[in-house]
Ligand binder design. Sequence first.
Ligand code: MRU
Length: 358
Amino acid sequence: MRIEGKNYKTIWFDQNSKNVKIIDQTKLPHEFIIKDLETVDDAINAIKVMEVRGAPLIGATAAFGIVLAIKENNDLNFIKKSAEDLVKARPTAINLQWAIHRMNNKISMIKSENLFDVALNEAGLICNEDETFCEEIGKNGLKLIEEIYKEKKSTINILTHCNAGWLATINWGTATSPIYHAHNKGIPIHIWVDETRPRNQGANLTSYELNEEEIPNTIIADNTGGILMQRGQVDMCIVGTDRTLSNGDVCNKIGTYLKALAANDNNVPFYVALPSSTIDWNLKNSKDIPIEERDPKELSHVDGIIGDKIIDGIQIYPKKSKALNLAFDVTPAKYVTALITERGICEASEDGLKRLFK
Ligand code: MRU
């Protein structure tokens, strides 16, 4: 997708330097910086500090992390330890484990002199596949927007939470892909962008990428969605997910659950867009999903810009106050109208998912 009119993907391998290039998302929206990851530790750190984030992109970065580990040292013990450290970088998004598992399977039978090329090829396939899947999610989700537009015949208001945009994937995004497809087809749309405290992925990333694609959008405080739904100002919600269980329970950025409750109370359809790499086929109980708890400083301190000067880490809470920073919550399947996947749209249930993914 575009930044200042130029097409980018979120991650790529640079053949000259043999480094992995990323867009440093901690610097957006005020600075656009492309950063080099030279070592597997750089990849682990990029995931931990959220220079890259969003479930599919975390998975792709982990896959490239294995490539960087092999570049450093193709001893199998080193690669194994690197894989373990990558998996531990962030606990909730299942795409991280999924990508490492896929890379391990691919390289386990390969002779050491070919390891680098095989790993690089597999990481590239993971990225290409994610891009294709997100494009298919867009085509499938477009049908839902078209249905609403056929009835309403005026601007469709879509609410989204966090950033499940192209910056969270390789290209297109998950929740935003139907939005980009509808826009490209000339359907008038307007997006309500949840700010998404504490890290403001909605304001800093979703609104930013929608602006770059010239899609009308308005940032709202996280608590505003409810009244907008009561007033009939939201036609549908589309969000992403970090891990969806085979029973249809959806784990996503903190605050998603409350939006789903409000949508349910107001008969607003609530859709979740995801590639199959985000489905956890093993866990049966959503209480067993590891919910990441991050540094309370993400709540108590804010960054910003005054004129051209970027200001980091301004404390906004009382010095003596404690804060709890849970990064994700779970929306039970009963509040999810449907799942939008690369293979089609299905009910958020074991039967629904199995019908698409035998
Ligand atoms: O903590 P983040 O920014 O990595 O959380 C991201 C989300 O919750 C996204 O909604 C999710 O990963 C889906 S991304 C296509």
